[in-house]
Every structure is written in structure tokens, then in C-alpha cells.
Design a protein around this ligand. Structure first.
Ligand SMILES: Cc1cc2nc3c(=O)[nH]c(=O)nc-3n(C[C@H](O)[C@H](O)[C@H](O)COP(=O)(O)OP(=O)(O)OC[C@H]3O[C@@H](n4cnc5c(N)ncnc54)[C@H](O)[C@@H]3O)c2cc1C
Length: 312
């Protein structure tokens, strides 16, 4: 009997759930030796990223946010801890940093997104974010040292992870400043890249009066583009300027390692693949094909087709 080899790259939320759901749905076939589900993760640890925000706002520690990936995977799922450095779609293999070559019949790419704060010059010296445990801790230290002034919470580019997080952080900072007796000496500004406080209209309608009540100034159509460290000014794509004493910008333009589908409509998301800057895939530019192959990214249009194929 031939065996279908399903390989999942990435042990984050997407990869872990996919592996476990497949293992449960395909349990009988796995037990009979007809299917193998293998997950490959670079770290071997699953990190709960929403917790980063609470490192920044106090009360959370990095070590509490990671769990061994093995402890989250169902028993039938095999785990390989190594970094994938290349996918060879023609040969249907994944090459690992340690040298192993893993063959697949179906490949699920769930390697997540990466943050790109360096795309804004002077970000590192002037701004903070909370999209990694380290950055969140640095933000915590900056808040501890803050003794009053102007705080700007901005969004640098779309799409980004967890749409409400910047708004939540603006509210949390405002509350903290009140608790610490610094509110009278401080201004809090929230810059939204669109024409209202939040993408979902009902949430925006709820949040806007609260922003007003808390005295948080809302700047709509403010896509953070540049930071001028001399003048302590942040400039938006739309041409508006805003001064700051301390600044928080989030910028995690999504660069998923996805090899097909959606490319025609949303190729900005995948520009690193299309333009050949994708060191993970190890290809000189992905040739955006309209067809179906067995490698797909979670969230891509092909994901549904992959699921149908796997669960046939
Ligand atoms: C501050 C913050 C707050 C958030 N709040 C929420 C929330 O309230 N609700 C919500 O639903 N979501 C929230 N999110 C978003 C959520 O965490 C992400 O959507 C989710 O983690 C994405 O899962 P993923 O599986 O796509 O990628 P990740 O969880 O990023 O996992 C990717 C995995 O792939 C592995 N990997 C990467 N490259 C390779 C490689 N080359 N080889 C092998 N393995 C590799 C990594 O080690 C990692 O384990 C938040 C995120 C942040 C940062």
C-alpha cells in the first residue's frame, strides 16, 4: 500500500491545528499505515504571541508564553525540530538546515509572518513595538522610564497581526498613565490607517466615544511612513506630521512563505516570493502559476482544495 506523506512546516497556531485536525480526521488511515503526518518546526516550541502585549503592559513573562511543541501535538503526528531552508516543488522535498531531505506528497506552509520594522528608517532608535518578546520588554522599560509627554501609537502598514492590538495598547497606556499620576502631563494619540478608529465599523463605533472619553486623540488616514529623529516628528503617507516624545509604532507587513494562489490579486503580500527575496523558499522569484500544486499556504485560496484532497 502506498503512503501519503503530509508535511506541515511551522508549529505555530496554523501548523499545530492543521496537524492535529488532520491526525484526528485521518486517524484510521494513519493507524493502517496509509498516511503519515509530519510537522517540522524550527524552534520546537509553540509561542503564544498575544502574550507579548502583556509583557509590554506588565504582568507577563516570556518564559510563560512558550510550550514544547511535542506537548501540543497529537501522538500520531511526528515532529522534526529543524529549520526548513528550501522547498523543491519539482522534487517534492523540503531541505532542512541540518541536511535532511524530507519528501512530501502534500505540503502545508504555516511558517507565519515576519515583522519588518527596519523598513522605517530610525525605527530602531526612536520607536517601540510589541511584536516580539524582546521588543515588548524594551517597550516595558521605556514605559517605566516615561515621566510624561506625548505618546503616539501608530500603524505603519497593512496587513498586520491582530488588528485590535494597537487600539488596545493605546487604551492600556492611557490607563497606566492615569494610575501612575502622569495623565495630566501626557497626551496619547492613536493613528489609524483608515478613515475610522477600527476596520470593523461596529467596533469602531464602540471605540470612538471611548477614545474621546479617555482624551485619546484619534488621527484617521494616518499611515506612518517616516520618522524624523532630529525634529521628533512622525510623518504619515498622507503628509500629516505629528510630534512625539515617546512613540510606539507597529509595522509587521505580512510576508508569508506561500507558493501559489492569491498571488495575482494580492501580490504585494507575497512580493518577497515574487521578487526573489524569499530566502526561505530559496527560489529566484516564484513563478506565479494559476494551477494547483500540492504545496499550499494556510489562508491561500488553495488551502480549501488541499483540505479536500487530504480528507478525500
Ligand atoms: C501582540 C500580538 C497579539 C495578538 N493577538 C491575537 C489575538 O488576540 N487573537 C488572535 O487570534 N491572534 C492574535 N495574534 C496573532 C496570532 O498570534 C497569529 O495570527 C498566529 O500566531 C499566526 O499563526 P501562524 O501559525 O500563521 O504563525 P506563527 O504562530 O508565527 O508560527 C509560525 C511557526 O513557523 C515556524 N517557522 C518559521 N519559519 C520556519 C522554517 N523556515 N522552518 C521551520 N519552521 C519555521 C516558527 O518557528 C513558528 O513556530 C496576535 C499576535 C501578536 C504578535
Amino acid at each position: 500500500m502506498s503512503m501519503d506523506r503530509i508535511v506541515i512546516l511551522g508549529g505555530g497556531v496554523g501548523g499545530t491545528l492543521t496537524a492535529n485536525l488532520l491526525a484526528r480526521r485521518l486517524g484510521a488511515r494513519i493507524a493502517a499505515g496509509g498516511v503519515d503526518v509530519t510537522l517540522i518546526d524550527a524552534q520546537g516550541a509553540h509561542v503564544y504571541q498575544p502574550g507579548f502585549m502583556y509583557i509590554a503592559m506588565g504582568g507577563e513573562r516570556e518564559e510563560r508564553l512558550a510550550r514544547p511543541e511535542r506537548s501540543l501535538l497529537d501522538a500520531p503526528v511526528s515532529l522534526i525540530v529543524d529549520r526548513a531552508v528550501r522547498v523543491d516543488v519539482a522534487a517534492r522535498t523540503v531541505v532542512l538546515e541540518g541536511g535532511a531531505i524530507i519528501p512530501y506528497d502534500y505540503l502545508v506552509l504555516a511558517t507565519g509572518s515576519r515583522i519588518t520594522p527596519d523598513e522605517i528608517p530610525f525605527f530602531a532608535q526612536e520607536a517601540h513595538h510589541f511584536y516580539s518578546a524582546k521588543a515588548a520588554l524594551e517597550l516595558r522599560h521605556a514605559l517605566d522610564a516615561f515621566s510624561g509627554g506625548r505618546v503616539v501609537v501608530g500603524i505603519a502598514s497593512m496587513p498586520y497581526k491582530c488588528p485590535p492590538a494597537p487600539l488596545e495598547v493605546a487604551f492600556l497606556i492611557e490607563a497606566e498613565l492615569r494610575e501612575r499620576g502622569l495623565r495630566d502631563r501626557s497626551e496619547v494619540h492613536f493613528c489609524s490607517p483608515i478613515g475610522r478608529a477600527f476596520t470593523i465599523e461596529t467596533v469602531s463605533d464602540m471605540a470612538t466615544p471611548i477614545l474621546e472619553e479617555k482624551g485619546i486623540e484619534l488621527h484617521t488616514f494616518f499611515n506612518v511612513e517616516a520618522i524624523d529623529p532630529e525634529r521628533k516628528v512622525v510623518t504619515s503617507l498622507e503628509g500629516e506630521e505629528l510630534g512625539y516624545d515617546d512613540i510606539l509604532i507597529r509595522n509587521d507587513a505580512l510576508t508569508m512563505d506561500v507558493r501559489n494562489a492569491m498571488l495575482e490579486e494580492t501580490n504585494r503580500l507575497f512580493s518577497d516570493v515574487l521578487e526573489g527575496g524569499n530566502d526561505f523558499a530559496g527560489v529566484a522569484g516564484y513563478e506565479a502559476g494559476k494551477g494547483w500544486d500540492a504545496a499550499t499556504g494556510l489562508g491561500s485560496a488553495n488551502a480549501a482544495r488541499l483540505v479536500r484532497a487530504l480528507l478525500r
